[in-house]
Design a protein around this ligand. Sequence first.
Ligand code: ADP
Length: 627
Amino acid sequence: MGKRKFKAESKRLLELMINSIYSQKEVFLRELISNASDAIDKIYYKALTDENLTFNQSDYFIKLDADKDSRTLKIADTGIGMTGEELEKNLGTIAKSGSLSFKTENEIKDGHDIIGQFGVGFYAAFMVADTVTVVSKALGSEQAFKWESTGSEGYTIEPAEKETVGTEITLKLKENTKDDNYDEYLEEYRLKEIIKKYSDFIRYPIKMEVTKSKKEDDSDEYVDYKEEETINSMVPIWKKNKSELTDEDYENFYREKRYGFDTPLKHIHLSVDGNIRYNAILFIPENRPFDYYSQDYEKGLELYSSGVLIMEKCADLIPDHFSFVKGLVDSEDLSLNISREMLQHDRQLKLIEKNINKKIKQQLLSLQRDDREKYEQFFQAFGRQLKFGVYNEFGANKDTLKDLLLFYSSKEKKLVTLAEYVSRMPEDQKYIYYATGESIDRIDKLPQTELVADKGYEILYFTEEIDEFAIRVLMNYEEKEFKSVSSNDLGIDTEEEKVSEQETEENKELFDYMKEKLTGKVKEIRVSKRLKSHPVCLTADGEISIEMEKVINAMPDNQHVKADKVLEINPNHEVFQTLKESFENDKEKLDLYTNILFNQALLIEGLPVEDPVEFTNNMCKVMVAQS
Ligand code: ADP
């Protein structure tokens, strides 16, 4: 059996591996170990079902041998092995390389994401080795065979000597280059590290000779000696029984996995045995990662297939609104070898995501109920993401999220849920009232809140830009509509309501005159029904509130949106009398006052004064006139 050529597509894949500039070359070991584990699975299963075969637990293992002198790394397994034909079939062609045909020629060039996200099995060895030798003896055959390749040109297969059933893969490591140090794959600590990272939970022991030192008898000197050690822990924490585990175990795991440097607020351990079987450990972090609200933040859970890590950040497993959740999912029902594209469309992943979404919501609700302080801490860190979640996708997720929201309450002086608000609503209250502003302090002083507050109604304070947008999408809660304290129709039937309409009518000429002076700035001037002690305020008619105008115009792609502003004047304030008088006697004075009052209203709203110099000059004119 002489030299053979690789099939075209395999050759391409192999070249990709050989020339890979992919930085995480270490994944080759994960691929080889997982192949070994699969091969042991097969023989293990055979032994379970075939009474002619007897094996002991100790017969199943994977062994690593690093030899610095020859710069070789050997990975041996006691799995089912391969015949000569199987070596040809399995290693001469990469069966699943169909994943390549998904890609355009351009995408293929760097090969980064195929390798990065999945590895492509056995060929990954060529990222680190220039010669790969596989010696294998199949279960039930007398003869062993050797497969060897030094690259994409081809490979050889010939008979070989091997005592026991199984496969032994020897990698002759590439020479070090400026950018890549291949020697590291001969170092004990490094191999251990890689095994711990990717293959800790492989069911069979991964053994390695490790150097230890001990004191010689009758001497103070230490001597080194070699001892075989099992590197992987074999039982994943997520497969353990919840009752065996302490909070500390979960916290340690969180840190070991580098999910974060904080202490998680809550962990969720799932063992699901439904349409799709999976285990998951999820964490709600305590602190918001520094890049959380930036483009750089990548959501995702680790994805394992039967204990083997196949993807470090699987975004499809977690909805955007819970993007802060860290953790992993392990499922036996997922194939290890699915390509990235297929994985994205995997129905099974969708099922898991749906399920996880539900569980996280349940857990957050129970935290809200049972440990309000912790929940508030969580909400301070990630509440904004939940509100974005309500707003995004045209409100597709609003029902999932509405009960998780908290807003500051004017009455309770703390964060409350919408359910709590509604449960406290007096019989005659029609709407859920809210006020928007920069901070709680600022809203506390907003003139617009006066009537609603006076009526004894609770007001929710919206201090974040997203708040009003989210609430517009939500529209109502338990059939109660949301209403801004600035809206024209407050749904409060009071004496003030009738009086204000009447007075607006009576002072039509005055208001028309003032409106003329404020052309392009306000749509209307009217007598306020909501003001009690303040002279003026600004409100908006129509869909766009003043707060929304601010937010939209602050966006990078400034759309120059304008709210229909209404200048409201308090008929009970002395200033109103002054306006009426100057309308009769001194138009110049009225012009001055109109300008000042409008600018005052802008300031109260947190909007910039249009012409600060004119405004301050006008103030001076008033001062001089007074003296
Ligand atoms: P995959 O494992 O994803 O199918 P690989 O390229 O890694 O693809 O391997 C191709 C095939 O070679 C495997 O499906 C398996 O049949 C065989 N194989 C690889 N490694 C071993 C091994 N250590 N023992 C037995 N068979 C193996």
